[in-house]
Design a protein around this ligand. Structure first.
Ligand code: CAA
Ligand code: NAD
Length: 283
């Protein structure tokens, strides 16, 4: 018996696909939703590939892979997620688009359904205010890549009730994650510390230091698995810029000013791994 039966994950990008994979492997009936058919196909293919790799490495059996895939269905219709115990939103990092989605979910779902956001930086209080039952809205911030990273940051909005918090903590643990409780302040814990560090690395790049030297320096000098520029490409430069702009605006200090070079890269459509080019070039 699992804590919940059915979960919907909205957004089938790198985070949504990872969350859906872990939810399905936990045994939840998992509905993966995206408004883009191709993104859904790519998301599902990525899950299949990750599970096949795990079988090859004998981390899971072929039977486990089949069971996990059988737990996943896909849709492009938001109206299909009316019977879920939990909805985890992992769409584009944009406050207006997220608030619009939560307002729809508020009407479509019964008040018992928990509405969680995987936002990296946006106020949960603000997202919750788009709902008539804001007490059931919460931040459930998974880290990338979701199947590997052990952490879920939980963020309570001003309106989030104790029952919603306790349930999300228990579900995160059932999904094999360790939780920390952050405050509802831009970037919460992890990104508040991580993103200014990455921004600083981009300033160094702008000043002429070679990207490989920045990344090797930080990897070998501070034992991080990826250097900051590699990690920026992995997260997505569009997402990173949104986060830094939000910090600059809402925390109101110049130290959060996004590096002009990052702005230029995003203007060029160089978002990192997902577009094949960022600070490095990918196949
Ligand atoms: N999805 C699922 N699993 C993946 C994966 C992916 N995209 N990429 C790698 N893995 C798995 C591999 O299958 C492998 O699994 P096993 O150990 O079970 O065999 C394991 O991760 C290690 O992979 P590799 O040996 O291929 O590569 P690696 O040792 O270089 O590790 C990494 C890859 C795990 C991504 C590692 O480089 C790493 O930890 N990087 C830092 C990640 C990080 O900091 N994430 C947080 C980003 S910030 C964030 O998420 C918050 C936000 O809001 C922006
Ligand atoms: P992504 O660009 O890989 O995927 C976003 C997906 O959302 C796309 O497939 C897009 O088609 C879909 N989408 C956009 N608007 C939609 C809508 N209205 N309805 C349905 N689907 C919609 O982005 P990502 O990196 O997976 O990030 C998703 C969320 O997770 C963001 O809020 C981001 O800040 C957060 N996050 C990202 C990371 C990371 O490292 N990339 C880590 C933790 C949290």
């Amino acid at each position: 018996m699992t804590l919940i039966k059915k979960v919907a994950v909205i957004g089938a990008g790198q985070m949504g696909a990872g969350i859906a994979q872990v939810a399905a492997a936990t045994g939840y009936n998992t509905l993966l939703l995206d408004n883009n058919e191709d993104a859904l196909k790519r998301g599902l293919a990525g899950i299949d590939k990750q599970l096949s790799r795990a079988v090859e490495k004998e981390k899971i059996t072929e039977e486990d892979k089949k069971k996990t895939l059988a737990n996943i269905t896909t849709t492009v219709q938001v109206s299909d997620c009316t019977d879920c115990d939990l909805i985890v939103e992992a769409i584009i990092e944009n406050v207006e688009i997220k608030a619009d989605l939560f307002a729809k979910l508020d009407v479509l779902t019964p008040p018992e359904t928990i509405l969680a956001s995987n936002t990296s930086s946006i106020s949960i209080t603000k997202i919750a205010s788009a709902c008539s039952n804001p007490n059931r809205v919460i931040g459930m911030h998974f880290m990338n890549p979701v199947p590997v990273m052990k952490l879920v940051e939980i963020i309570r909005g001003l309106q989030t009730d104790d029952a919603t918090y306790e349930k999300i903590k228990a579900i995160s643990e059932e999904m094999g994650k360790t939780t920390v409780l952050a405050i509802d302040s831009p970037g919460f814990i992890v990104n508040r510390v991580l993103c200014p560090m990455i921004n600083e690395a981009i300033f160094l790049l702008q000043q002429g230091v070679a990207p490989e030297d920045i990344d090797t320096g930080m990897k070998l000098g501070t034992n991080q698995p990826m250097g900051p520029l590699e990690l920026a490409d992995f997260v997505g430069l569009d997402t990173l810029l949104y986060i830094l702009q939000l910090f600059h605006r809402e925390l109101g200090e110049d130290k959060y000013r996004p590096c002009p070079l990052l702005i230029k890269y995003v203007e060029a459509g160089w978002y990192g791994r997902k577009t094949g080019k960022g600070f490095y070039t990918y196949e």
